[in-house]
Design a protein. Sequence first.
Length: 512
Amino acid sequence: MVRFGVNVFLFLAAVVASFTTRAAKLPSSFKRCHKSDPHFDDCLVVNIEGAIRSLKNGAPELGLDSFEPLLISSLIIGEGSGPVNVQQNFKNVKLHGLTGSIVSKHKARLDENILYAESVTPMLRLEADYDMKGRVLLLPIYGEGPCNVTLEQLRNGAIRDCLGLFSGRIGAPGSTSAISDEDEGFVCGVNTKINHTLYGEPFERKGRTFLKFVNYTVTLRPDKVQFHFANLFNGDDRLGDEINRVMNDNWDVVFTDVREGYEKSFGLIFKDLANRVFTRVPLKDIFLDFTKCHRKESNFGRCLAAAVENAVGQLDKQIKEVGLPNMEPLEVPALRIGAGTGPVAFEQNYKDVLVSGFTKLRCSAAAMDFAAKTLNMTVTIPQLKLEFAYEISGKILLLPIYGKGPGVITLDELEQVLRFTFEEFEKKGKKHFRVVDSKLVMNPKLIQIKLDNLFNGDKALGDNINQVMNDNWAEVFADVKPSYEEAFAKIFLSIFNNLLAKVPISEIFGED
Ligand SMILES: *[C@@H]1O[C@H](CO)[C@@H](O)[C@H](O)[C@H]1NC(C)=O
Ligand SMILES: *[C@@H]1O[C@H](CO)[C@@H](O)[C@H](O)[C@H]1NC(C)=O
Ligand SMILES: *[C@@H]1O[C@H](CO)[C@@H](O)[C@H](O)[C@H]1NC(C)=O
Ligand SMILES: *[C@@H]1O[C@H](CO)[C@@H](O)[C@H](O)[C@H]1NC(C)=O
């Protein structure tokens, strides 16, 4: 099933980006919500607002320019069927205020690919060059020039009260944050309320699922609209001021008559913006989810192997809700590899280690024994790269080696056979696992070592010993292999335990 939550990106920029077919990533300023988060909906409400707000600065990763203002090259609002017998042609439109939107509600009908959101925009202002010729409220109107249509609040200070109220909500995670319409406090003054309904169609590209919105309906309810059309009647200010005044005094009938036109236009603009994100970023990167496997399903082992790949593959960002760290790269403050008993006769101390490559792992087998509480897995990592600061002094392959500096070790086609042993404990009435033992066997196909600044920077000597180590990598690694295996087994144990402490067994493997 295709899973997704809400339209994070209703309002993406209207400046056409140069598209590539390469799948894009969400900007890091957009926080993602994980389906395993017990407060998924609240998370979305908060994160959508955050994403919209962050678009003040645009999103270069998606080729989007700033949203404040949003630039729209042209916009036509057709005649109404009532008092507005004039077509409004707008050019060089600047839409101000969208990034101040507050998302009040979100709902999704996942299996039908329908998203729904309600938002409140305290002030929405359209500045543009207009031209028009026709009648409004039976009065003739014509002209061209700059104009200003503001959908706004009535009382000064109302917005601040409103925002204060909302920051209280954001500051209280876990509370029921989607404030309902019936909540009097929510309306707090006068704003433009917008309901968004998005109908999507999933499609596949290069094996990944994306969503394309085919229909985006907007309903728009401003609490007040103010018009200012400059230079009406070829600059006859007296007549111009008069008709502006009449329109403003009767803003409700005037706006209501053409509201549908505004709604259709906004729907098209928002649809275009939303599609810029959704047709470029795969769904699984917008709404995080883990594949779940039920312990009783017939292909449990196969499902588990796929689930491990799926979960680790998502860890190119931290998933705080379930206690999982960013593993691309994984930051390890210190790594100590004990001296070997053969050619590597010294202890290696690495600091500030960045380990990259885990998220690309393939899991070829996984087996869980619930009675014995063991989990075995075989995974292969195409390339694991360790970057670090080293300091060493000792002998390697009988040659003296010492120095201090940056280094890189890469392990190609690294097979890891992992074994976890669990015990069960109870937390808040739910059963959890805790890893009490982890064993790891590492079999790389090739290792490359590069230690810079050996021998206090003597390049000739340094290059020489790097060469010797690389020529004899298998022998060098064999001597320190148990120490590497133990170090990484401990790292995996601690990462896995963070997840297990937060997520009960029944949520990972179903009820027994
Ligand atoms: C539009 O109207 C607002 C409020 O009246 C005003 O602050 C703003 O300067 C106007 N913008 C233009 C371009 O006239
Ligand atoms: C949005 O939908 C809600 C609930 O269906 C409704 O009460 C409200 O009037 C709608 N608002 C707009 C702006 O259409
Ligand atoms: C979009 O959805 C609305 C509401 O269901 C519907 O009335 C309209 O016909 C749809 N438009 C398109 C182009 O599918
Ligand atoms: C995991 O591997 C160990 C050692 O090979 C074996 O004894 C155990 O039965 C395996 N567990 C599962 C669930 O396959």
